[in-house]
Design a protein around this ligand. Sequence first.
Ligand code: CTP
Length: 401
Amino acid sequence: MSLKGKNILLGVCGSIAAYKIASLIRLLVKAEAEVQVVMTPEATQFITPLTLSTLSKKPVFVDYYDPKTGEWNNHVHLALKADLLLVAPASANTLAKFAHGLCDNLLTACYLSAKCPVYLAPAMDLDMWKHPATRQNIEKLQAHGNVLIPPGEGELASGLVGEGRLAEPEDIFAFLKSSLTVALPLSGKKALVTAGPTYEAIDPVRFIGNHSSGKMGYAIAKALARLGAEVTLISGPTDLATPPSVYRVDVRSAQQMFEAASAHFGDSDIVVMSAAVADYTPQEVADQKIKKKAEDFNITLKKTVDILGTLGQQKTARQTLVGFALETNNELENAQNKLIRKNADFIVLNSMQDKGAGFATDTNKVTVLQKDGKVIPFDLKSKDDVARDICDLIVQHQFRQ
Ligand code: CTP
């Protein structure tokens, strides 16, 4: 794979190393990449937008709004169009802003809006690079899925010698090229994940819900994206951050989750239904807040659509369908029945009898039941590790022929 035709959003920060970006743009343009430069206001003190726009053959954006043309530089559009965001040089200040979600210029807004892979090539003086605050910010950014293009060692603009020099343009170019060339196991595959609880409205202020945190589903969405899949995450109400490179659709009720999942199902190679969907919903939703009156109060409930079961009946041979089962008794038997009834390829069984498993924890202990009758027990692990185990089985299933 080459860089030809790739949309590269190139963020340039205020650092003396900004002058090296002219050479990097030349290399990228020569490789027929489309380079869109966004500079921080400070970066324009080090290299002119005119130089970078001449080399990239496109206008360079610094502000949200261009007073001369009256045009609005839409950060969401810029970020969504990008195949990758490269920030080089990435200053200590901008890295700190990224790490903490600050959004005070066009580049930081683009970063927060980006769903594509993000590459950061820092440049700063060696003591700034070594400072615990910078170290923590870098760790945080890597945990958010950003890729670090490490700085080199050598003479710095301050006259000091050490680590902190922006990687050379040729090295940044080679780094990007090799990252794009590595074929990930699920590159080109589409995945659909449901996660979190559903809230079934009783009246405008009350609902029937459950304690699902969504952590397991979010971990699976993250793991699938890391393996190269294009992931759509249909999420019930949670307070979790969207994993990097994942497209998230927010829903509340089981019916909304069903509609969103149905819309994406046909396109998906991999479908993981980890949401804790309400099995019943109020037959009628009151328009006004229900006032207390009698001693007893009953709500009539009706069944919700079984999303996994319904979509399971539409499953085609290329699709891998994974369901979850949370059981308190006769675990294996119940899960085996669910596998057959819902036409799933795998059922991930959580037993409420296992310590550290289930809702709201950061760990889980699962047993996976396969369609061919195989039962695979796993140890107690972090939800990220459980997600990786499940994804390994999905990869094997996708490439079983
Ligand atoms: N599920 C779903 N739609 C529903 C209910 C559940 O898609 N309305 C999915 C969940 O996302 C999960 C699996 O089905 O993957 C869990 O099944 P469960 O809720 O236990 O379903 P039931 O078959 O109703 O099981 P039980 O008889 O234990 O209530």
